[in-house]
Structures are given as C-alpha cells and as structure tokens.
Design a protein around this ligand. Structure first.
Ligand code: ASP
Length: 332
C-alpha cells in the first residue's frame, strides 16, 4: 500500500513538473498548453564585444541598465499592460542611457552629428510606425509610436518627422543632447568596440499580443542621409501574432536586403520552423554566408525566446512570467 502511494506521488510530481514547464531550458519549446502569461526580451546591440576590453565596472553598468530596462517592461506586463506599452518602456530606458547607440549616446555620422532611426510594430493589427534620419526627437521610439497611432502613414523622415513630432507635443532637444565623448572618439578613431548599441525589445502580453520595437543611431561614420534597417518594417523590426516578434541589430545594409525580421517570420509561417530554428537559419546560416554580422531578439506566440547572434557579443536579456530570466553580453 505504501509502495503504491509512493508511486502515485512520484507520477503526480512528474506530471506537474511537465505541465508547469519548470524544467524548461532556453532551447525547449513551449506548447500551446504551457504558454507563459507574458515575456519580454531586449537587446542593446551586437558586435565585437570582448571581455578583455571591458572592465568589471563597465560590465556591471551594462548589466544593471539591461536589468532596469527589462524590469520597466515587466512591470507593465505583470499589471496586465500591453506588449506595445512594455517595449516602449524598456526601449526608453535604453534611449535615455549614454551606454547604447540610441537616443542619448548614439553614434556620430561622418559629419559629426547624430541622426536617429526607430520603428515599432503591433503584432495584433500589423499596424506599424517609423521615423528615419531625425536629429531632435529626444525619444525616437515615441516618434515611431506617434506615426503609427496618429498619422495615416508608416514612415516619416528628416524635417517632416520632426515637425510632426513637435505637433504631437513630443519632447524635442538640440542635437548636442545626444552627443557623448565616447562616440565622438569612436567616429574619429574608428574604435570597433564603441560602434555598437542599437536597442530593441519584443514582448508577448497576457492577451497573447506580440509587439516589436527598435531604435538606433545607425552605423558610426555613416554618410549623410543614410538610413539603416532599424526603421524598415520587415528588415530590422517585425511583429505578427501569427508567428513572432523580432528586433534586429547588425549591419543594416545586409539586414535590409536579406529582409531579416520578416524572413524569420516567413520561415515559421511557410516552412513550419520553430522560432529557434528560423532565427538561427537567418542569423547563423544566411547572414554568415553573406558576410553580415548581427543578431536578433525574438519571441513567438507561445512565449518561446530566441536571441541568436553571429558576433562575439550582444547585450541581451529576457524575463518570463514564470520567473525564468537571463541577462548576458558575451557569446560564451
Ligand atoms: N542595424 C543598425 C543600422 O544598420 C546598426 C546596428 O544595429 O548596430 O543602422
């Protein structure tokens, strides 16, 4: 009798572990039955990041800021807020930090000024908004959201985007607000490690809606008027409730032509690949073959997270309602 009872208890524990997903690792797949209530994943750029060239203090500063951005997004999701609100909050924390190549701390063009790109996409409606080449919107992600929500357009650029932002009562700043000595040194001396830092976030909310957002200063030393992949829907940013939400970082000239974010979604939709398989195929096969560097953070409608990159590092992190959490910088 005691033996029978013991066997029964063991089976019950095994069954509850399997259904709660307690033993799930990053690569395992959530099924429709064990979708977490919410998920948010963020990146702060991919590139040549090496442990040797980063002090312990700098590493802690980056990790703390990534944690702050994740927490800002998670708080909203936990309270039942939308994935769109969550990614906006997470991205604004990183735009306001001098550490990343977005908003304050963005890279310089070859004319020594800052030109910013950003985009946002709602996976429920496929609505999207983007701004490109702006020099004076304090939080570019808010410009992208305003275009999505309050204009009939998807993308606005340059002076027109600024005028629209002003009419929308967004906070405007002088270009010098974005300037940092570190990025100036990077453009003058072409310092590899200090070129990175595009930011992005993807999230799944309690309603099952996906959203993706990306914000950047682009590529250090870029020519006047150059626009990268970050504000281009399908290239640097994409979200559809049918498949996944993706935010990219990397060499924009490739990400545009390889239509990276949409390609990941399309591989899931048309070839039935998992999020992990689709994002790996694009980042670690197609882009590597093309000679392109970069990575993505992505979440699917079942709450699976993938964060592949083909560089030595990518500032990244995610948190799920289950308590599962990771913040990392280097490849190893
Ligand atoms: N993808 C960005 C661009 O090409 C740069 C980056 O993510 O590092 O503008």
């Amino acid at each position: 009798m005691i033996l029978l009872l013991k066997a029964f208890i063991c089976i019950a524990i095994a069954l509850s572990l399997a259904s709660s997903g307690c033993s799930e690792g990053e690569a395992s797949q959530n099924s429709p039955e064990n979708v977490p209530d919410y998920v948010i994943a963020i990146h702060g750029g991919a590139g040549t990041l090496s442990r040797e060239r980063m002090t312990g203090e700098q590493e802690t500063e980056y990790r703390d800021k990534l944690d702050e951005a994740l927490s800002a997004g998670e708080e909203i999701l936990k309270a039942g807020g939308s994935s769109l609100q969550a990614i906006q909050a997470a991205i604004m924390v990183m735009e306001d930090s001098h550490l990343f190549n977005a908003g304050k701390g963005a890279v310089f063009t070859n004319q020594k000024r800052v030109e910013l790109d950003a985009s946002i996409m709602d996976g429920r409606t496929l609505n999207a908004g983007a701004i490109a080449g702006v020099t004076d919107i304090k939080n570019p992600i808010l410009g992208a959201i305003a275009v999505m929500e309050n204009s009939p357009h998807v993308m606005m650029a340059g002076g027109g985007a600024s005028q629209f932002a002003r009419e929308q009562d967004l906070e405007m700043v002088e270009n010098s607000y974005f300037h940092t000595q570190r990025r100036l040194d990077a453009v003058i001396r072409q310092i590899e490690q200090d070129k990175n830092g595009t930011v992005g976030a993807v999230a799944l909310d309690m309603e099952g809606n996906l959203a993706a957002g990306t914000s950047t200063g682009g590529m250090s030393n870029k020519k006047y008027g150059r626009i990268g992949d970050s504000p281009i829907i399908g290239a640097g940013n994409y979200a559809s409730n049918q498949t996944c939400a993706v935010s990219a970082t990397g060499h924009g000239e490739y990400f545009i032509r390889w239509v990276v974010a949409y390609d990941i979604s399309a591989l899931m939709e048309y070839r039935g690949l998992t999020l992990e398989e689709a994002s790996n195929e694009v980042i670690n096969n197609k882009l590597v073959e093309a000679g392109a560097t970069g990575g993505v953070v992505a979440v699917d409608r079942h709450g699976n997270v993938a964060m592949p990159f083909n560089t030595t590092g990518m500032y990244r992190g995610y948190v799920k309602s289950t308590g599962e959490k990771e913040i990392a910088i280097f490849a190893d």
